[in-house]
Design a protein around this ligand. Structure first.
Ligand code: SAH
Length: 339
């Protein structure tokens, strides 16, 4: 098992029992999190005896990198990992300006099963453990020999349905002893699991929250995101408002534009009315088409008109430039591969 899968207190205990100094553990973490080593042998300030003990009893990582694919513009790179139990997950590196963002998966498959998304199509298999989330980041960082600037929980799975491990992972990612990525540079995207937005708020973390809104009315949302039908949009938005108030973070809404479903000017008007009193940003995402699904991306004119209407109302709107489409690494295209 990966040394990262053990908790620190237990590791310290084991070290003590074997006659190694607890301090060595700090050195090991420094090698893993700060210096990005790929093997125990590279941990040159540890005794040979300790290195042998580590090699015999642990692995450094548990995720096996099986494949990488790079988009033509070289701005997106997708990583396919095999978990110890044979499942596959993906992470994506996105380069833009000075940002190096890693998009991580939080579950194998997805229980939310939005009708337009590839991630839940084959079902839901299991939650990722915190160390499996963290390893995605460490291994991508090792690949580019650099620490990422931003982390987004926008890969496969619904992070708020894996709350405990999500929180553990966030604490380690942001802790200065480990990866030291500010919580302000970490974004958790959610389909909107109301009770868990509230639980997250109580944890007093400072991460950004993005709601996958995708519809301006409960009626349309219910159709395309049936799992979320028990949550009213007005309740979700007010809980996001509370979250923003507590954490002082802005809220963002993701809105996929899907032809003839939610791309009319009528929808744009309703979206404006829904969000006009909230300090937020809206991220428009032209739909990425998925094989086997009947949803289409609207044409440029439609997208432009939708965006222009919101801009004319002084809403804070941006359009997500679709990256990584050629390697199926864009939003909603990460799907489970059978083991
Ligand atoms: N489950 C979380 C995290 C996934 S983030 C959530 O729903 O927010 C992935 C984002 O891509 C979500 O906003 C999701 O709704 C969106 N998405 C899914 N399928 C898509 C597609 N085909 N084209 C564009 N975006 C898509």
């Amino acid at each position: 098992m990966s040394i990262l899968s053990y908790n620190e207190t237990d590791l310290k205990e084991t070290f003590k029992n074997k006659g190694y100094k607890a301090f060595s553990l700090n050195q090991i973490f420094e090698w893993i999190f700060k210096k990005g080593v790929k093997s125990f042998d590279e941990m040159t300030n540890l005794s040979k005896d300790l290195r042998n003990f580590l090699k015999k009893n642990y692995s450094l990582f548990s995720l096996k990198l099986k494949k990488t694919e790079e988009s033509k513009d070289q701005e997106t790179k997708k990583y396919l990992f095999e978990l110890a139990d044979g499942y596959f997950i993906e992470a994506v590196l996105i380069l833009s300006d000075k940002r190096k963002t890693i998009c991580v998966s939080s579950q194998v498959g997805c229980p939310v099963k939005c009708t337009f998304c590839a991630s839940g199509k084959k079902g839901f298999f299991r939650n990722l453990l915190a160390f499996e989330i963290i390893e995605q980041i460490l291994q991508v960082a090792n690949d580019i020999n650099e620490k990422p600037t931003h982390i987004v929980f926008m890969g496969m799975g619904e992070p708020l349905l894996n709350l405990e491990e999500l929180i553990k992972a966030i604490k380690i990612i942001s802790n200065e002893k480990y990866l030291k990525i500010s919580q302000r540079k970490i974004t958790v995207s959610t389909a909107g699991i109301l009770e868990n937005i509230e639980k997250l708020r109580e944890k007093d973390l400072k991460v950004n929250l993005a709601l996958s809104l995708h519809a301006p009315t409960d009626e349309i949302r219910k159709k395309i995101m049936p799992y979320t039908k028990k949550y009213k949009l007005s309740d979700l938005i007010s809980s996001l408002n509370d979250y923003a108030f507590n954490t002082k973070r802005d809220i963002s809404f993701e809105y996929i534009l899907i032809e003839d479903i939610n791309d009319s000017i009528e929808c744009a008007k309703k979206l404006y009315l829904l969000l006009k009193d909230i300090q937020c940003s809206i991220n428009l995402i032209p739909y990425n088409e998925i094989e086997g699904l009947n949803f289409k991306r609207p044409n440029h004119k439609k997208t432009f008109e939708f965006k222009s209407f919101l801009l004319s109302k002084k809403m804070n709107v941006s359009q997500r430039y679709t990256k990584g489409n050629d390697i199926l690494a864009s939003c909603g295209q990460l799907a489970i591969k059978q083991r």
